[in-house]
Write a protein that binds this ligand. Structure first.
Ligand code: CCH
Length: 267
């Protein structure tokens, strides 16, 4: 039996890293948990976090996962310290602990994922299943409906962009969404509603900036304001942090469970 409490403490203890971005590796660990899980397709029950398949081609080569090799490498010492814990459990738990440690809600999380060391080709999801930030509402719906989410879940999950930043060498986009990128809150929704967002004039991909030029939104973030159904939920979360926290934790918990096959005997 793994000592889950000790593992949680060890994850929490490694989050603060002054040299990393805004001083915490929490945001990139949240992204790792999301990208490991967000490849799921309910149509054929493929993809998802089980198997920790992001270590294997073609998933490891998906441009959407650029930079996440660093997050995976940072968790390797904990894999060595807790050999009974699968990487698939470690990656998803690290996302959960990061959100809580940065002031967010606790997400329901269950162990029991196993790692695929030599997966068959059909066991590694193809590239292109994660959302493309340069697109709009129809694309976002295609991708998240494929996982089994609804419009309200989509907006709740997108609130994770209150954390972290875009890196030109990873995605091509640049900058943080909020002034508090290591603090989980509903700030992302407040900014979407209250700031004036204009297209950034630069050589990079289309993105939006606030009047200070310091904060950014992706086209997919703006799509949540341009689509009336999404916008109503954005406005609700901007006003009501408690409801956002409750909905986020439910949707994030569901995301991390997608496609997970566990037998009771393994728990
Ligand atoms: Fe995201 N995200 N995300 N995102 N994301 C990026 C960074 C983070 C999209 C695109 C991008 C979710 C949904 C979407 C985080 C969590 C979530 C980046 C910059 C792009 C591009 C990557 C870079 O350059 O490092 C798109 C498109 C969608 C949906 O349409 C969801 C859902 C979640 C989690 C629940 C977090 C956290 C980051 C910051 C990572 C960091 O390194 O700081």
């Amino acid at each position: 039996m793994a000592d889950w409490f000790a593992l949680e403490r060890d994850i929490k203890a490694m989050l603060k890293q002054p040299e990393w971005d805004d001083g915490s590796i929490g945001p990139v660990l949240v992204r790792l948990a999301w990208h490991a899980s967000g490849t799921y397709s309910k149509k054929d029950n493929t993809g998802g976090s089980d198997g920790a398949t992001m270590r294997h081609a073609p998933e490891s080569t998906d441009g959407a996962n650029a930079g996440l090799e660093k997050a995976r490498a940072m968790l390797e010492p904990l894999k060595k310290k807790y050999p009974a814990v699968s990487r698939a459990d470690l990656w998803t738990l690290a996302g959960v602990i990061s959100i809580e440690a940065m002031g967010g809600p606790r997400t329901p999380w269950y162990p029991g994922r196993t790692d695929k060391e030599k997966p068959k080709a059909a066991e590694v999801p193809p590239n292109g299943r994660l959302p493309d930030a340069s697109q709009g509402a129809p694309h976002i719906r295609d991708v998240f409906y494929r996982m089994g989410f609804n419009d309200r879940d989509i907006v709740a999950l997108s609130g994770a962009h209150t954390l972290g930043r875009c890196h030109p060498d990873r995605s091509g986009f640049s900058g943080p969404w909020t002034n508090t990128p290591t603090r989980f809150s509903n700030q992302y929704f407040k900014l979407l509603v209250n700031e004036k967002w204009t297209k950034k004039k630069w050589d990079g991909p289309e993105q939006y900036e606030d009047p200070s030029g310091e904060l950014m939104m992706l086209p997919t973030d703006m799509a949540l304001m341009w689509d009336p159904k999404f916008k109503a939920v954005v406005e609700e979360y901007a006003e009501d942090k408690e409801t956002f926290f409750k909905d986020f934790s439910a949707a994030f918990g569901k995301l991390l469970e997608l496609g997970v096959k566990r037998s009771a005997s393994k728990l």
